[in-house]
Design a protein around this ligand. Structure first.
Ligand code: SF4
Ligand code: SF4
Length: 473
């Protein structure tokens, strides 16, 4: 039985409900009156239910798809403006006891290089990341109670926050580790993490069990209910995601929205972010072995529909995707991207020689430097942002959501983007990037509507040029 408020995975992600939703969407994919009603509701910035959004996903009428894209662009602009937040993943350890068939870190892969960072390694990695200009990390580790226990993760977080190199600092650590207990989530919260991210991979239970044949991750319910435990442990910013390509994308899309609806119904707070990874080539993983892969147009449509269905949620796209794909989906709702990522363990300080066994989780499509990414974003009219303000100001969970839903968060995002960009330009940018950035800051400062905020931001930006750091709204 489908019930959004149930605490049982099989009830809040009901297979029967998804199948009925897909049948309903198929039956209505040419129902113009209904499609227009749904688009009207989306236009009121109220979000969409999984059923409504699934009708739009099934709809193949070109004019209506264009309307969806236009709406996604407007909603993105209204909620988040033109800032794009930048982050980098930091792989701590690729030891893993699970058997995920799409990931090269699976236990049976004997030729991948297994690595785990020591605290000294972390100092070198984080120093390298700070020297690029990063302020926000997402730490990643395989599931291995012996090699990567929670104490190890907590120690790594403490080390990361403690490193101050030149003007560098990591101000927000998001955590992407395996589903765990309420007690461990509480410890992560106490360690001062930003968002807890856990990809569902697939919402289709039968496929999930086949794709995770061995290890603790095999337990679909334990994995799917992880966000509820995280919330119980006090983490009120959680990040969802599916790995597109494993199952039928329409099934995953409905499941993802049902998960968001469940979090809102039970905790009063939907997902802080949604990530949209697609399966990619990696050591011993061939993406063509998975027959549900989606083309770039479908991918763009999914991004646009996530944006209009869950307007308050940040959307993340990684360097798994090429520059061209990133350009295509940025205007459709993406609010956060990774830049200059290494998906190997220790890869920032010590890039792996090509003739040695790799420790990387997947191939990176977008291999540009952070300076190139910052430059590229600005040339497209975006403000690259290194902002980490919200959780540091206590704006998490429902406090963040109410600001975001009322479209007030932009009043913080916009000046914070300009101030953190200014820090980047002063400390790390190449000459051309600096020049473009300084002009952009001048121009964008004049777009701040509130005169008091405008003056304060201008004062802070002046102080940054004088050597001060870390201002925020
Ligand atoms: S996806 Fe995660 S849990 Fe699965 S093998 Fe890779 S690192 Fe381990
Ligand atoms: S103000 Fe908050 S929501 Fe906006 S970019 Fe900064 S941390 Fe993100």
């Amino acid at each position: 039985m489908y019930q959004a408020t149930s605490m049982k995975a099989e009830e809040f992600i009901s297979d029967e409900e998804i199948r009925e939703t897909l049948a309903y969407a198929d039956a209505n994919k040419d129902n113009l009156a209904l499609i227009d009603r749904i688009l009207k509701k989306a236009g009121e910035r109220r979000g969409l239910s999984h059923r409504e959004a699934s009708v739009l996903l099934a709809c193949e009428i070109p004019e209506k798809i264009n309307e969806m894209y236009e709406l996604a662009k407007q909603i993105k602009q209204d909620f988040y403006g033109n800032r794009i937040v930048l982050f980098a993943p930091l792989y701590l350890s690729n030891y893993c006891v699970n058997g995920c068939v799409y990931c090269p870190y699976h236990l049976k892969n004997k030729h991948i290089a297994r690595k785990k960072l020591t605290q000294e390694d972390i100092v070198r990695e984080v120093t390298a990341l700070q020297d690029m200009g990063h302020k926000r990390l997402a730490i990643e580790a395989g599931e291995d109670p012996v090699n990567n226990p929670i104490e190890y993760i907590l120690e790594c977080i403490r080390t990361i926050y403690s490193i101050k190199h030149k003007n560098g600092a990591i101000r927000r650590v998001n955590v992407n580790i395996a589903a765990t207990t309420v007690e461990n989530y509480r410890k992560l919260k106490e360690a001062g993490i930003g968002t807890y991210i856990l990809f569902q991979e697939t919402y289709h239970k039968e496929s999930y069990e086949k794709l995770h044949p061995t290890g603790p991750k095999h337990d679909y319910a334990y994995h799917t209910e992880a966000m509820d435990r995280a919330m119980e442990g006090g983490i009120d910013d959680v990040g969802l995601g599916v790995l597109f390509g494993l199952e039928l994308y329409r099934y995953e899309f409905a499941g993802l929205l049902m998960h968001a609806e469940h979090l809102e119904a039970v905790h009063g707070v939907g997902p802080h972010t949604i990530s949209v990874p697609r399966i990619k080539h990696a050591d011993d993983i061939d993406p063509s072995a998975f027959d549900n892969s989606i083309d770039d147009d479908t991918f763009a449509k999914l991004c646009a529909l996530i944006r209009i269905s869950v307007p308050y949620t940040g959307m993340i796209i990684s360097t798994r995707e090429s520059q061209a794909v990133r350009e295509k989906v940025l205007p459709l709702g993406v609010s956060q991207i990774s830049g200059a990522s290494k998906t190997s363990v220790g890869g920032y300080a010590d890039p792996e020689p090509e003739d040695e066994a790799t420790s990387a989780q997947f191939d990176v499509s977008d291999q540009r430097t952070l300076d190139e990414v910052v430059n590229w974003l600005m040339k497209m009219g975006y403000i690259p942002s290194f902002c980490t303000a919200c959780y540091r100001e206590g704006r998490t969970g429902d406090r963040f959501m109410s600001l975001c839903k009322n479209m007030q968060i932009l009043n913080c995002c916009h000046p914070n983007a300009l101030m953190t960009l200014k820090e980047y330009l002063e400390d790390y940018a190449g000459e051309e990037t600096k020049e473009i950035g300084m002009e952009l800051i001048e121009r964008e400062l004049s777009n701040i509507p509130n005169p008091k905020v405008k003056q304060t931001a201008a004062d802070y930006i002046h102080d940054i040029a004088e050597g001060k750091r870390d201002f925020r709204f």
